[in-house]
Design a protein around this ligand. Structure first.
Ligand code: AMP
Ligand code: ZN
Ligand code: ZN
Length: 405
């Protein structure tokens, strides 16, 4: 009898141990899933074919890769990072450029201005962390566009620090993951600007870009090791994305707008290589005609005729004329540093396309697709986290549902 009770006790201990083990190693069916969204700013789609990223390649082998991520227009950092977390085109989420002027309210949004990136009036739509919060899921962000807004940001967010060492970023993320369950974020972001910096300064085919790639891959290796050490590796759905690609600039391809538009009054809303022109109604045709006579290296549109595929003419702060440089061309302006690489061009151009890699318990493994539109990432994130996606978005889960098991 005693022997029997003892054996029963052993069995219970065994069962409990099994559940405990399972809970720490595998996600239980009713456990809130984890998503870690990582951005390598300016990582062109083909950089990761250079054989310089062994850790990433291993992820791809066992996970999912879209050959190319199609950014939204304009192919700039702020508009696209905010698209990724809202599922909205920039014309609908309001961050139409990295910096822009609200001439109706004598106000301006500047990405390099700590105050303006904290004002939630600029950030329309509902970011994923807001949807998550409503449904009881916490978020933590080691940088993401929109994460610093005063009221509607993630539960944990850092003030942007361009020079924070990679290891410190990963360690902060791990510290959040190691919080008790009630405080722990299940949606996390990590951001790195190194490839964008190197691409602008030295061009996409430079040794400096390759060095940045190798460094980022080492950081990815460190992140994976930390996740493995703490048993989060089997639970985390890791998604590595970028905001846009990068193209080589030829110094000869200068477009001097000041010279072309001499004597005319206008305001340029935007940033090289895409501007919209704001001017008095009675000067619009004069400016348009002057540009048309000097049209070389750029495309020219009236706002109303800007092709629908750009999804970029609805917003009231976009001026009446749109000028978009051809790849490799640039608009020169006084006091502007000269770049060897740039982005912001037509999002149909392959050099503007980025990367999308995903790995984790909810993603199919060894799966390949041609492309993913970045508006579809938000509904995908919601589906993984089992949260109700905002219904009024431009993205669609139908196009990406296949990625999941
Ligand atoms: P771009 O001009 O489009 O290449 O912008 C890239 C720059 O955006 C980076 O070098 C950073 O300085 C800046 N940036 C990216 N994310 C953030 C953020 N969350 N807060 C502030 N600045 C950011
Ligand atoms: Zn960028
Ligand atoms: Zn950039």
């Amino acid at each position: 009898m005693i022997n029997y009770i003892f054996k029963g006790g052993q069995l219970i201990i065994l069962v409990l141990a099994f559940f405990y083990y399972n809970h720490t190693i595998f996600a239980l069916p009713n456990e809130t899933p984890y998503v870690l969204l990582v951005s390598w700013d300016g990582c062109r789609w083909d950089y990761i074919n250079r054989g310089l990223t062994p850790n990433l390649n291993e992820l791809i082998e066992n996970g999912l890769r879209a050959e190319r991520l199609i950014p939204s227009f304009p192919t700039k950092t702020f508009p696209n990072h905010y698209t990724i977390v809202t599922g909205l085109y920039p014309e609908n989420h309001g961050i139409i450029f990295n910096s822009f002027v609200d001439f109706y309210n004598a106000d301006s949004f500047r990405m390099k201005n700590d105050n303006s990136i904290k004002q939630d009036k600029w950030f329309k739509g509902e970011a994923i962390w807001t949807a998550a919060k409503k449904q009881g899921i916490k978020s933590g962000s080691v940088f993401w566009v929109g994460s610093e807004v005063y009221n509607n940001g993630p539960d944990y967010a850092l003030t942007y620090d361009h020079f924070m060492p990679h290891k410190k970023r990963v360690d902060q993320l791990m510290a959040w993951l190691n919080l008790p369950e009630e405080e722990r974020p299940h949606f996390l972001t990590l951001y790195f600007a190194d490839l964008d910096d190197a691409g602008h300064r030295f061009g996409p085919n430079s040794d400096e870009v390759n060095t940045a790639l190798k460094d980022l891959d080492k950081t990815l290796g460190y992140l994976i090791n930390q996740l493995k050490r703490t048993n989060f590796w089997k639970k985390i759905n890791l998604i590595l994305v970028t905001d846009h690609g990068m193209t080589e600039i030829d110094p000869k391809n200068e477009i001097n707008l000041e010279k072309i538009l001499t004597g005319l009054e206008y305001f340029l809303q935007g940033d090289d290589p895409i501007y919209s022109i704001v001017a008095n109604q009675n000067r619009i045709d004069i400016i348009f005609n002057r540009l048309n006579e000097n049209k070389h290296g750029f495309q020219l549109f009236k706002k109303a005729d800007f092709p629908k595929r750009f999804h970029f003419s609805k917003h009231p702060l976009i001026g009446d004329i749109i000028i978009l440089a051809e790849p490799g061309y640039y608009f020169s302006r006084q006091n502007k540093n000269y770049f060897r690489g740039n982005h912001g061009y037509d999002n149909a151009i392959i050099d503007m396309h980025g990367i999308f890699v995903a790995y984790g318990p909810q993603f199919k493994s060894g799966y390949r697709i041609d492309e993913i539109k970045n508006i579809d990432i938000y509904p995908l994130l919601c589906e993984i986290l089992k949260i109700q996606a905002n219904e009024k978005i431009d993205g669609d889960l139908i196009r990406v549902k296949d990625f999941l098991k």
